[in-house]
Design a protein around this ligand. Structure first.
Ligand SMILES: [Zn+2]
Length: 569
């Protein structure tokens, strides 16, 4: 590829709107351009990188027995209503209506389409297992798109769906995908961790996330300092704290707490630490009131609550809910709650006693609240949001919180979709059974952004050679010098003949601009052919990753590039 013919506009200055390094550098290096918030054009350089990631993904998918198909982006609402996701997705779903008034959506994922497809066409156990995948653009109406390709409203994904006869088969298909994902992310040279995760809006049971470590990552995970525990923060279960030595004999007493509607205010008014307060958080779960009890210095992990109460939609009480259901906002306590209220308590509440909590009366709290004397707990569950310094559930060691970008997520869905969609097959014994399914995604455009987050410096991108748009560039330092042009052209041709994915920078730009662009775009190996070198019979070679420079005789330059590429990350 001659860069004089390539549409690759680079920017000298950092774009003001870009906070994340990947966003800033992919814009500057001419990989992407924004069209609207969270929506980007993928420019030729960006598309070359995307295609390389796609190729790795396709090779590993095919090797694991998956078959490619292509499903529509524009989808009918009906199947989404059957599975409850038309509601569950809420405002993140792009909804539209066709000219006949039919409700439709832009697909954020394709379980409904593929389940009905397979059930309609594969009615026998003999056809199973099946693993179908596609690489397609997907849509989410993000409230606040940011970080470029990391959280856009349009994103490229590989999604695979597995169909099996039974749970054993599903687990085996899952394992196949698990291994394929490891190979894919290893080949993409990403630094990543694999964690047990929270199923979110996909639903189902066992699932793992492949998380690329990144400072800007919005997906947090908990990691034990002793290396024996890793989990998505939203699913991480800390070891419950050792109960405080209070005996639970304190009497229940009402105290006057004017204007103390927060844990901090009560805590300072009564001179007691936040962890002595019993926080009572109220939620609506499909019309039922749910009270969540936890120590005052902790927060509820709402993803855990949603999972626990699935499929009921869960929302925290809004101002109007308190009075409407007989609660005093800011002074809620678990004493005397009606039988219709579900009372859940975090494990941290078990064993502690003599709580300070709301008196269910304006401007009053109580001290010495104890269960079961003063309030009931229907179930103890893991409900706290884990925080740095919590104890590892395996060894009791300290947990640290790491940041990452989720680049892959695999799920064992069971019958989460086949049941509501009545997707069945006839088994060997003639019985009609539901498919055991799996759903497996990779964010292709995110892999590019994650690779950029992991590989850059002040000068620009340092993408690994398997992802970089070109493996090497030959820079014509003096375009007006015949010998330079002839040597550069020859090296470029030789490299192309040897199968190296090479670019020739033959643009009418100064050498300085070409060097800066070469670092910004991040060609893993750079060859500079200039006047002085040609006179001396040498070319200058540079490895982008470490910045090491070497010289090679002009005649051997192509071979030297091939050798250097071997060592490039
Ligand atoms: Zn541990």
């Amino acid at each position: 590829m001659r860069l004089s013919h390539l549409f690759a506009p680079t920017l000298r200055e950092d774009p003001a709107e870009a906070e994340a390094p990947s966003h800033r550098l992919l814009l500057r290096a001419g990989f992407i351009r924004q069209v609207a918030s969270g929506i980007y054009v993928t420019l030729p350089l960006g598309l070359r990188s995307i295609r390389k990631i796609e190729r790795i993904v396709r090779e590993e998918m095919e090797a694991s027995g998956a078959q490619e198909l292509r499903m529509p982006i524009l989808l009918p609402a009906e199947p989404w209503k059957s599975t409850g996701r038309w509601e569950l997705y809420g405002d993140t779903l792009f909804r539209l209506t066709d000219r006949h008034g039919r409700e439709m959506l832009l697909g954020p994922t394709q379980e409904e389409v593929v389940t009905l497809l397979v059930a309609g066409d594969l009615p026998s156990y003999r056809d199973l297992p099946v693993n179908l995948y596609q690489i397609e653009w997907k849509y989410r109406d993000e409230f606040r798109p940011r970080f470029g390709l990391l959280r856009g409203r349009e994103f490229l994904m590989k999604d695979a769906y597995t169909f099996d006869r039974d749970e054993e088969g599903m687990a085996s298909s899952y394992d196949g995908m698990f291994q394929a994902y490891r190979r894919i992310f290893d080949r993409c040279a990403l630094s990543y961790v694999i964690v047990e995760a929270e199923p979110g809006q996909i639903g189902g049971g066992v699932n793992h996330e492949f998380m690329a470590r990144a400072n800007v990552g919005e997906d947090l995970f908990a990691e034990c300092v002793n290396g024996d525990y890793l989990a998505d923060l939203k699913a991480a279960t800390p070891q419950p704290p050792v109960p405080a030595g209070r005996d639970g004999s304190a009497p229940l007493e009402k105290v006057y707490t004017p204007n103390a509607t927060t844990i901090d205010a009560v805590s300072s008014l009564l001179g007691m630490p936040g962890e002595r307060m019993l926080k009572t958080m109220l939620y609506d779960a499909g019309g039922t009131t749910v009270a969540v009890l936890l120590p005052g210095d902790r927060e509820v992990e709402e993803a855990k609550l949603e999972r626990l109460l699935f499929p009921a939609p869960v929302r925290r009480f809004e101002d109007g809910d308190f009075a409407a259901r007989g609660f005093v906002k800011g002074y809620v306590g678990p004493q005397g709650l009606e039988d219709g209220v579900t009372v859940l308590a975090d494990h941290a509440v078990r064993g502690a006693s003599d709580w300070v909590t709301g008196a269910n009366e304006d401007e009053h709290h109580v001290t010495g609240a104890n269960t079961p004397r003063d309030f009931r707990v229907d179930r103890y569950e893991d409900l706290v949001a884990l925080r740095e310094g919590d104890r590892c559930p395996k060894c009791g060691g300290e947990l640290r919180v790491g940041r990452s970008i989720v680049v892959g997520h695999i799920y064992q869905l069971g019958t989460r979709y086949s049941e509501p969609l009545e997707a069945t097959f006839v088994d060997e014994d003639g019985s009609v059974r539901l498919y055991q399914m799996g759903s497996h995604g990779i964010g292709i455009s995110r892999v590019l952004a994650a690779a950029a987050e992991q590989h850059y410096d002040e000068a620009g991108l340092r993408l690994p050679k398997v992802i970089a748009p070109f493996a090497a560039v030959v820079i014509v330092a003096n375009r007006d010098h015949e010998g330079v042009v002839a040597e550069a052209e020859r090296i470029y041709r030789e490299l192309a003949e040897r199968g190296v994915d090479v670019a020739l920078d033959d643009r009418e730009e100064t050498a300085g601009v070409k060097f800066a662009d070469a670092d910004l775009i991040g060609y893993p190996v750079q060859v500079v052919v200039g006047k002085r070198g040609v006179a001396a019979g040498t070319a200058d070679l540079k490895l982008r990753a470490g910045g090491e420079r070497t010289q090679a005789p002009l005649a051997d330059a192509a071979q030297a590039v091939v050798d250097l590429l071997e060592t490039a990350p």
